[in-house]
Design a protein around this ligand. Sequence first.
Ligand code: SAH
Length: 249
Amino acid sequence: MRGTVYLVGAGPGAPDLLTLKAARLLAEADIVFYDALVNPAIVEMARGAKKVAVGKRCGRHSSAQRFINKRLVDASVNHRRVVRLKGGDPMLFGRAQEEIDALAAAGVPFEVVPGITSALSAAADLGVSLTRRGVARSASFVTPRSGEGESPGHWIQAVLATDTSAIYMGLGEAASISAALIDAGKSARTPVVIVENASLPNSRRVAGTLGDLPDMAAQGFDGPALILLGEVYRELISLESMHHERVSA
Ligand code: SAH
């Protein structure tokens, strides 16, 4: 018997943001490999499956990734439905390609099931369109994070070239992100919002400017968080400062 491996997007966290297909595959799974970031309530939906935690919150090493690849291939030998659950969408900063390549090389049938990526969930939480008419006609998904031996890529140019940007895995290096973008010519007054735990009841946001980003990032975030940047967030800053004035008045 040769099983199929499903790379399934778990969405940003709220279980009801799963696709119907993801929910069905979880219910039918024989074994589930899940990332630390995936909400335990979603993992529990795989009622009859063996559940295996893999991967770390961040800074996954390539050796750990090779081990995960191997475990997926091995699991397909004696499980009919293998689910690999990944936060958000598997095809965006999810290391899906390494797993797809390993499965393809081993001749294991696989399928990818999309999920709602955290930037889209954060936009929904904020109630601010990434492409608000008259203000923004383009959006980018970037990360300054690169693995060992990888070049840092063109994330700065991508931010400069688009109206709105979602920066993934960036909060820990907020100071260097702020400096690098200002250095490259982005205005220090560009509106920025940090959104933590998008879609979840404990979601938190802080709005400010690119110049303030290092201070904003130091406000004790410990969940997964995105940095959103662009003129579409201008109103959130004034709302936030009005709120502060009211609180301190
Ligand atoms: N494939 C995932 C991204 C994985 S990289 C996706 O499509 O969303 C992990 C990064 O995603 C985190 O460092 C954080 O920047 C972001 N992230 C994941 N879940 C999040 C959430 N609920 N709220 C805010 N950011 C989140």
